[in-house]
Design a protein around this ligand. Sequence first.
Ligand code: ACO
Length: 444
Amino acid sequence: MTRELPELPTVSAAPNEKATIRFQSDGRELELPIISPTHGPKTVDISRLYRETGYFAHDPGFLSTSSCQSKLTFIDGDRGILLHRGYSIEDLAQDSNYLEVCYLLLNGRLPSRQELAEFENVITRHTMVHEQFKTFFSGYRRDAHPMALMVGTVGALSAFYHDDTDVTDPRARMIATHRIVAKMPTICAMAYKYSVGQPFVYPRNDLDYAANFLHMCFSVPAEPYDVHPIVARAMDRFLILHADHEQNASTATVRIAGSSQANPYACIAAGVACLWGPAHGGANEAALRMLMEIGTKDRIGEYLARAKDKNDPFRLMGFGHRVYKNYDPRARVLRESFHEVLEYLGKQREPLFELAMELERLATEDDYFRERKLFPNVDFYSGITLHALGFPLAMFPALFALGRTIGWISQWKEMIEDENQRIARPRQLYVGAPIHPYVPITER
Ligand code: ACO
């Protein structure tokens, strides 16, 4: 189905468009080239700044600084647009599937029917992990957080697959990429099974990517688990919606780790570690916890009032977004899946979900939230969808990591294949003590 695409101007700087920096101290000037993106803000190339002037640029948190060139993902937060390789997230979530999106992100174009079949075959046939891999898990405490298991075991893959850790060899890179995409659901499901004290479940090659993952999470030796297509589709969409989000903290971490030519398994483990932080991968969990804390519909008014009170630090979790100031396009898609899942599972009348829908209605009708364009974001719907699917809160960031793995590895591949790539080495603004002599301990 073809949807109407939003207006999105392409950008072109005049061939000789330049920015000039003028230093007031001595009147020196430096002309800097302007680089044009396909879409988005034009960019001033400051890479010569230090060499030619002796000055650094200071930009903590990269608020104005592009750290790389990328062809993968584009976000226009004001217009609520998210594109992967030029395709809108709505089109991909409606008409594609996660493995096709993986192929697209990795290879830069949609596959032919045959290419997709081959890709699916390769991924399916790499889903098992080495039998000895299980022993890693038993070294962890039973109550370990699934993300602790993921950080350790994903990095441990490099101890099992020595043949593909030469990052300068394109074939080794491709094999490592396929292994990571294929084995991540198995590892994620093992982390879940370990945390609930159930035996690990082997992958099934007759199921698609999302259905196989649900099977590894929810089937037990005592009885089979039939994955319903609606549930598998919701899982698949969740994965698509989390596949990539340009240069966020964990992706930047993967690129920086990889810039030293570290092996890809170690780099993805670094991405998992970064995502674990509550400011990155924890928003859907926070949204669900908040719903649990509100508890009943009659308390929503109290919480809305608190969210609006400037003297109260409380914020409505799952509302607003740093980048999307119009609407989070992923939220719209996941909202639809959430309702499909609820209907299939017959959970529409469960108090927590009724509460969530009432909060969504009241907040979106409230002038405070409307004026500030604070809409429910993807985390609001992913929290309640994952809860409806039966995942515990602690698994939420692990599921995010599973979906984001393709973004991390595609960005890693793009970085390694970039001719201009060099080891990332940020500068700093030193504000510590000035040089002074060492004082022997007897004189202090
Ligand atoms: N509840 C109540 N008020 C809010 C909320 C919220 N969730 N979000 C923003 N506001 C208010 C702010 O107080 C501010 O009000 P003011 O103009 O009267 O001072 C106004 O809306 C603008 O907010 P900012 O803080 O400028 O928005 P910012 O872009 O800095 O924050 C953020 C975005 C951090 C996501 C924020 O909306 C928030 O904390 N949301 C809840 C947490 C959440 O769901 N996070 C998931 C998003 S994932 C991500 O962004 C990486």
